[in-house]
Design a protein around this ligand. Structure first.
Ligand SMILES: C[S@@+](CC[C@H](N)C(=O)[O-])C[C@H]1O[C@@H](n2cnc3c(N)ncnc32)[C@H](O)[C@@H]1O
Length: 284
């Protein structure tokens, strides 16, 4: 486990992931009934952008750093608001110095009846996460292999909610693991929403994942992706995507609106492209 998210916190990939995550959580809040979010690869929850690893790479400057000053249409601003309100809430002085990762973002969006289970395997990161949520009865932090949790912790007792799967993709076979883990979890809990982040780096692996998902028998799968540059000849993080099983019915349209606005802001040289397609269900 060499991956440390602190180097990448707030980068364009986090912008894509966290803006979509907030849309899904906000949709769950449209019904009063309690829900649970299970974050299988949670990280440390809060990242200091002003010093240490994030400051050294400066990746956040091309991500969240570009967003706060960008002008968006009222429709796009409304879609971004729940997420950006959380980011701004963590930074009352104005400039972004503390970036909320997925568990902290989700926690800030929860209502009193909702719960979060945050799983992290790295002992140091799990401890940091436990310290962040110490005394918070709405959050359970578990030091555990997220792939095991994906099988063992669904369905949650609320029988409503979201599983976020955000592995580091530092080992071979992560795409296969993701499809396999998703298929097993979905068999146990077909009604849950699942959001799985993936890199656009090894295009053949992405194509193979999409084919495997289409053949999985899971009936409703949306795939949204945003690239900040055309495909590089050598493997490079050119973009990223989210596979969403049982998405909110508004998510495809919202991502189309959002990504059309985000792509030119996040892209190198103002280029960039995006897609939002059903792999299964709806009009696939
Ligand atoms: C991409 S980062 C997560 C970022 C976080 N989801 C966010 O959006 O703020 C991936 C995390 O997974 C952790 N990790 C790696 N292998 C894991 C495993 N098998 N189970 C759980 N966590 C793992 C890493 O330590 C790292 O913190």
């Amino acid at each position: 486990m060499n991956y440390r998210h602190a180097f990448h916190a707030g980068n364009f990939a986090d912008v894509v992931k966290h803006s979509v995550l907030a849309l899904i959580v906000e949709h769950l809040k449209k019904k009063d009934k309690a829900f649970r979010v299970i974050d299988t690869h949670a990280g440390v929850g809060a990242y200091d952008l002003s010093s240490g690893p994030a400051q050294r790479t400066g990746e956040w400057r091309e991500g969240i750093g570009r967003l706060l000053d960008a002008g968006f249409s009222p429709e796009v601003a409304t879609l971004l608001k729940p997420w950006l309100d959380v980011v701004r809430g963590e930074n009352p002085s104005g400039s972004v110095a503390r970036y909320p990762g997925s568990p902290l973002l989700v926690r800030r969006l929860l209502r009193p009846q909702d719960r979060l289970t945050a799983i992290e395997l790295h002992p140091q990161d799990a401890n940091a996460l436990k310290a962040l949520f110490a005394g918070d009865f709405q959050v359970r932090v578990i030091e555990l292999d997220g792939w095991l949790a994906l099988g063992a912790h669904v369905p949650p007792k609320e029988k409503r909610g979201l599983v976020l799967v955000d592995p580091p993709f530092e080992e071979d076979g992560e795409f296969e693991r993701m499809v396999d883990g998703l298929s097993k979890a979905w068999a146990r809990w077909p009604g849950g929403t699942y959001a799985l982040w993936y890199p656009l780096k090894h295009r053949k692996a992405v194509d193979a994942m999409r084919r495997a998902l289409k053949a999985s028998g899971i009936p409703k799968i949306l795939d949204v992706a945003l690239a900040i540059r055309p495909s590089s000849p050598e493997p490079r993080l050119d973009g990223c995507g989210m596979v969403v099983v049982n998405p909110p019915f508004t998510l495809k349209r919202d991502c189309e609106t959002l990504f059309a606005a985000l792509a030119p802001v996040l892209a190198e040289d103002g280029g960039g492209n995006w897609s939002a397609e059903w792999l299964a269900g709806e009009a696939a």
